[in-house]
Design a protein around this ligand. Sequence first.
Ligand SMILES: Nc1ncnc2c1ncn2[C@@H]1O[C@H](COP(=O)(O)OP(=O)(O)O)[C@@H](O)[C@H]1O
Ligand SMILES: [Mg+2]
Length: 379
Amino acid sequence: MHLRSLVLENFRCYERVELRFARGLNAVLGPNASGKTTILEAIYLLSTTTSPRSGSAKEMIRHGESWARVTGVFTVRDRDLTMRMTLGDPSGGRSGRKTIEVDGREIASRRRAVGRVQSVLFWIGELEVVKGPPSERRSFLNQAIGQMSARYLDDLARYRRALRQRNELLKEIARGGRNGRALAPWTRTLVEAGAAITIDRAEYLAALGSESSALHERLGVGAEALSVNYAPSVGVSGNEEDVTRAFHETLAQMHDREVERGSTQTGPHRDDVTLAIDDVDLRRFGSQGQQRTAALALKLAQARVARARTEDQPILLLDDCLSELDVNRCGAMLDLSHDHEQMIVTSACCPEELERRLADARVITTDGTSADCGYARAD
Ligand SMILES: Nc1ncnc2c1ncn2[C@@H]1O[C@H](COP(=O)(O)OP(=O)(O)O)[C@@H](O)[C@H]1O
Ligand SMILES: [Mg+2]
C-alpha cells in the first residue's frame, strides 16, 4: 500500500497543507523544528489512530485552534482508500472528540479503523524498545502483532480485564473477604487468553528474529550478529495446550505468594524480549550506535514480517535516521526502498547518499523560515 496525498489542517504547526507522495522513496527535507516529524506523525495517526508522541489529542491541535484534521488518500491493493481523522469538533461541539472516517463514513469504534492502513514508524522514541524497561518491548509486540491481528487485540483486552479482576480478588482474599475459589473463572480466562498471547508472541518473535538479524547484517554491520529472543514469563515449549497446562501449574504453585502480594505473579504481562549483539545484552552494554542500529533493524523487520503475513506492504516511515548512519549504512538503508512499495524518510540534512538518490525520489520540503511551516514541493 502507499500514501498518495495528505492534507493537514490545524495539525501542530500546519495551518493547512496538502502534500503529495509517490511510490518508492520519498524524502521530507527541512531544518529542525520545521514540521518533518509532524508529517510522519499524521500518517502514523491515520494507520493506528494514536500518535507516537503524545497521548492527548489536544496537543496535536494547532495552538489557538479548537480542532485539527488529517486526511490521507491511500492506494491499498489497487483501490483508493480515504482515511480521515478529526480531533475536536470543527462545528464547535465537544472539544475532546476524535472522529475517524473511512471513505467518508464514520467508524464507530477506533479498533475497527486500525489496520486498514499499515505503517511502520522508526523515530527517536523507538530506542526505548532497546533501552527501556520490559514494558516497552511488550508494547512493541502488542502494537506490531495487533496491527495484523484483531484476534490478538481481543485476547489482549480479555487478558487485561481478567488480570485486573483477578488482582482485585487476590487483595480481597488477603483481607479475608473472599474464598480462593472465587478466583477460578478469572484464572480460566487469564490462562486461555494468556496462552494465546504467548503463542502469538513466540511465533511472531521467531519470524522477527530471523528478519532482523538478516537486516542488521545488511545495514553494514555484518561483523556483529544481532539476536532477538523471547523471554516469556510462562515457558513456551509445545503447543497452546502445553502452554495452558504450564500456565495453570505455575499459577497453582504461586497461589500463596499471589495472595501475599495481591497480584498475579506470572503471565504475558511479565514477558520480555532479549536483544543481544554477539551474545552481549544490548540493553545494558550496547553503545548508543549499536542500540540505534538494532532498533532500526527491528523496525524494518517488523515491516517485512507484516508483508509476509498480510500480503500488504506497510508504509515505512523513517524519521531522522540518516544523519547518524555512516555512508555505507546510509546507502544500504536507502536501498531498502527498492524492497518496499513506499518509504518516507525525513532528514534535516541531505547526506550525499540521499542526494544521489533524490532524482528517483519525491522530495517534500518543509520551510522553517515561516512560522506557519509553509512548504514548497518539488514534483
Ligand atoms: N500544537 C501545536 N501548535 C503549533 N505548533 C506546534 C504544535 N505542536 C508542535 N508544534 C511545533 O511544530 C514544529 C514542528 O515540529 P516537528 O514536526 O517535530 O519538527 P521537525 O521534525 O522538523 O524537527 C515545532 O516548532 C513545534 O514547536
Ligand atoms: Mg523531527
